[in-house]
Write a new protein. Structure first.
Length: 87
């Protein structure tokens, strides 16, 4: 992985903490809207972490592949990921 671990790990660990909190909220029969808001918070953290990872991938792996002239596989992987996101 080429992304800055110091940037990605805190986001993932924060999301993990939120998820653990959400589990406790569900177990405690907390208000649905409070649970839903926490789920949205986790989704936002995960999107932010994914942006960091994907940016690093673009700047390292795809850039290197483009310089070497062997970019087809990298582009296919990226298109596949985008297709998954657009479903």
């Amino acid at each position: 992985m080429k992304a800055d671990k110091a940037e990605v790990l805190p986001l993932l660990k924060t999301a993990k903490g939120h998820i653990e909190g959400i589990i406790r909220m569900v177990e405690d029969d907390r208000y649905c809207m409070d649970i839903s808001n926490q789920i949205f918070a986790v989704e936002a953290l995960m999107r932010k972490a994914n942006k960091v990872v994907l940016r690093a991938h673009l700047l390292s792996c795809i850039y290197a592949a483009a310089k070497s002239g062997d970019v087809d596989k990298e582009i296919d992987e990226l298109v596949s990921l985008l297709n998954t996101l657009m479903k």
